[in-house]
Design a protein around this ligand. Structure first.
Ligand SMILES: Cc1cc2nc3c(=O)[nH]c(=O)nc-3n(C[C@H](O)[C@H](O)[C@H](O)COP(=O)(O)O)c2cc1C
Length: 356
């Protein structure tokens, strides 16, 4: 152990972070295995290990140790093996990343262009709208299986807290939920609050909704992984906004864990009453705004999720915006192709606090 700790002490700050992230990136289980192992070490070893960690991690680990249960022999051995492997691989990994940093810094600057408004350049662009191509439809067609959950008409009966000042003041990102299910009326309300259609053109290609959207293009589809909603079979659904129904897509094996895994092990994202995924169908915005679309779509997404936060808060539910997800995994989970449709935002929802 002494040798292990000496080698950790010798790592650079950057390497130390990468080393400890071996455990932190793996989620709660890996962290509790690490804590349990530290609990088995003697005081001196444990103190030296914590001191060697970057300050923020060291303080967190020290704070959690009291609650941790000592690991069994097998877990301890496995954690120590992981540490030894990380000590071998981390410096090489960091060296490799450092070599690519010039390109990374260039990419950071290139990405800043996305933040700029390019509306002035649209004069030199011909959009599909200008060419007279048809406006994309407001929603994807219903899946062939035809299984649909009719949603109750959204109304105020589910609202427990309606004062806007209080909602804004008390909004928080919430990551702990009770096991209580949502009612179908509550789910209906959340879908309405985020993507509900207020007006629809006769050809179903133009909608006005409860959220703003550049050019009212509303480039999103909403997918819901339902785990615990009264009267709704668990599984993956898509909100058919124009009809205010939920179309059943499929059942996902081990859905809660699969969703958490696609979100880098953030357990609460999957283990909740339902997880909302907003995909963008970029062409809906590109049809009019061409090169401006990526920025506009992301701005639109912010409005959707903010309404979600406030609507959750108003019905005794909690949510947390999720940007740290694995793009390929979530796109695969929803069976979208990642180009013509891709996930841009995720948010779990669950009941918080006491029942009304
Ligand atoms: C775009 C965006 C992405 C976020 N991604 C995550 C995430 O992946 N995981 C997480 O736990 N919190 C995530 N959050 C929540 C923030 O950590 C949270 O908003 C912040 O700490 C402020 O806390 P508050 O929302 O309670 O005011 C995200 C928030 C936003 C707006």
């Amino acid at each position: 152990m002494e040798d292990l700790i000496k080698r950790i002490v010798k790592l650079s700050q950057l390497e130390k972070r990468d080393f400890i992230d071996t455990f932190f990136d793996q989620g709660d289980d890996a962290i509790s295995r690490l804590l349990g192992t530290l609990k088995r070490w003697d005081d001196e070893e444990r103190g030296a290990f914590i001191k060697a960690l970057p300050q923020d991690y060291g303080a967190w680990v020290a704070g959690q140790l009291e609650k941790a249960a000592p690991a069994d022999d097998r877990t301890k051995k496995s954690v120590e093996r992981t540490m030894a492997t990380a000590l071998r691989t981390v410096p090489a990994r960091i060296r490799k990343i450092e070599r690519g940093m010039t390109a990374v810094n260039k990419a950071v600057l290139a990405n800043r262009r996305l933040l700029r408004s390019g509306f002035a350049t649209l004069d030199n662009v011909i959009s599909d709208q200008q060419r007279g191509k048809p406006r994309p439809p407001v929603q994807k067609p219903h899946p062939k299986n035809g299984i649909v959950v009719d949603l109750p008409k959204p109304d105020k009966s589910v609202v427990r807290k309606g004062d806007l000042y209080d909602l804004i003041d008390q909004r928080r990102s919430r990551r702990k939920f009770t096991d209580r299910p949502l009612s179908l009326a509550e789910l209906s309300y959340l879908l309405w609050a985020t993507q509900g259609v207020r007006k629809l053109s006769d050809d179903r290609r133009m909608s006005m909704r409860t959220v703003p959207s550049a050019g009212s293009m509303h480039p999103f589809e909403t997918y819901v992984a339902v785990n615990s909603v009264d009267g709704v079979k668990p599984g993956l659904y898509r909100y058919q906004a124009a009809d205010h129904t939920l179309a059943f897509l499929r059942q996902v094996k081990g859905q809660q864990d699969a969703v958490a895994a696609a979100n880098f092990g953030q357990k609460f994202v999957g283990h909740c009453a339902a997880t909302f995924f907003w995909t963008a169908v970029p062409y809906k915005t590109e049809w009019r705004y061409v090169t401006e679309s990526a920025k506009l779509i992301l701005l639109d997404a912010g409005h959707v999720c903010q309404n979600f936060y406030l609507a959750c808060e108003s019905i005794g539910c909690g949510t947390c915006a999720i940007g740290a997800y694995d793009q390929d995994k979530v796109d695969r989970l929803l069976r979208v192709d990642g180009t013509d449709e891709l996930v841009v935002y995720i948010a779990p929802v669950g009941k918080v606090g006491q029942p009304a």
